[in-house]
Design a protein around this ligand. Structure first.
Ligand code: 13P
Ligand code: SF4
Length: 352
């Protein structure tokens, strides 16, 4: 039961001491989140992983995050994902075969290695980060996408951005690139469903991926809130659709959302367009300070894969570590990790 799991987790943490570092993403459920030594957005968690001296990093998040932790630690730490089925449906919308096919098809119209910088959102498999590393490309997160795109456009005239079309569109638009200079690459169609002229004209080529959680937030949810709470403020994650971000007062990563709402004065009222566990925790934290925090959608939008990390899996993983056994290790093969790390390091250089 829950009480028993809780006790096992607490005991294992005590026994493993500073050999253990539990990292928790902001979308984790409370029963797991409260055991994390550190929490953060994707960028912060990857930096924390790179910094820790612990032998074991138990990553309470999703698969690509654990892969990044393994890559940035150069395989020197043991990285564990408590449930291997905790993936990211958006990350799965792009894979190496599809991206290679896209690159080959682009090369029938232009020279992509001269003209296109591949930019992958960190929400992607390690071999896609490696693809970017091998083709002069780079990784970005929701908190540095703009700086990364500025770097990319200073080098080559076009960007191929995958897998999240929304982060790509929202960020590029914010930099002054008009919508008619962006196209969506439909990977289920030959040539992405685009004409050669459309490809030649485009500056942003957006992969047709999206987050199934954030797609539930709709512009009318914001309209309704504004009618009901005229003094309220709206804050959204950049994985939301263009119209949602356009109607929001603030747009940024999970860490940015927390920082911004936490800086509120008593009496402020927020509508937040991101995952439910984060919003519920933030609402509870802000209530005693007289700040109201509301979730954007009338229906429940949780990230079902983040939710797979439960106290049972965490307790099982830690019990095994105490017994000297490693389960659910995430290991990126060297030949993938090396170019992927180059693309991740470049990101950290560009944003500093
Ligand atoms: P952040 O990097 O903003 O935490 O976003 C991660 C994510 O998966 C959002 O859906
Ligand atoms: Fe992936 Fe969306 Fe879940 Fe984030 S919220 S991990 S993008 S499915």
């Amino acid at each position: 039961d829950d009480g028993e799991c809780e006790a096992r987790i607490v005991a294992a943490k005590r026994m493993l001491g500073d050999r253990l570092c539990i990292l928790g993403h902001h979308y984790q459920r409370n029963e797991v989140f409260r055991h994390a030594h550190f929490s953060g957005d994707s960028l912060k968690l990857s930096q924390l992983a790179a910094k820790t001296k612990a032998d074991f990093i138990v990553f309470c998040g999703v698969h690509f995050m654990a892969e990044v932790a393994d890559i940035v630690t150069g395989g020197e730490r043991t990285v564990i994902l408590p449930d291997l089925a905790a993936g990211c449906s958006m990350a799965d919308m792009a894979n190496l075969a599809k991206v290679r096919k896209c690159w080959d098809e682009l090369s029938t119209v232009l020279d992509p290695d001269q003209m296109v910088t591949p930019v992958t959102y960190i929400n992607s498999a390690a071999d896609l980060k490696a693809f970017c590393g091998r083709h002069g490309g780079i990784v970005c997160t929701s908190s540095n996408a703009r700086a990364v795109l500025e770097w990319a456009f200073a080098r080559r005239e076009k960007v191929l951005f995958f897998p999240d079309q929304h982060l790509g569109r929202n960020t590029a638009y914010g930099m002054g690139i008009p919508l008619d200079e962006m196209v969506v690459w439909d990977f289920s169609k030959p040539m992405g469903g685009l004409s050669p002229e459309a490809i030649r004209k485009a500056r942003m080529i957006l992969w047709k991926g999206f987050c199934s959680v954030h797609q539930m937030f709709q512009p009318q949810h914001i309209d309704h809130f504004r009618r009901r709470v005229p003094h309220g403020k709206v804050i959204s994650h950049p994985e939301n659709a263009f119209e949602v971000c356009q109607k929001s007062d603030y747009v940024g990563s999970t860490e940015y959302i927390l920082r911004t709402v936490r800086a509120s004065q008593p009496g402020e009222h927020w509508l937040v367009g991101t995952e439910l566990n984060l919003v519920n925790r933030l609402a509870e934290e802000m209530r005693p300070r007289g700040v109201t925090v509301e979730f954007m959608s009338p229906t429940v939008c949780m990230c079902s894969t983040m939710f797979r990390i439960d106290p049972q899996h965490l307790a099982w993983t830690l019990d095994n570590l105490v017994a000297g056994k490693v389960v659910n290790q995430i290991r990126v093969p060297h030949e993938v990790a090396e170019p992927a790390r180059a693309a991740l390091d470049l990101m950290l250089e560009v944003v500093d």
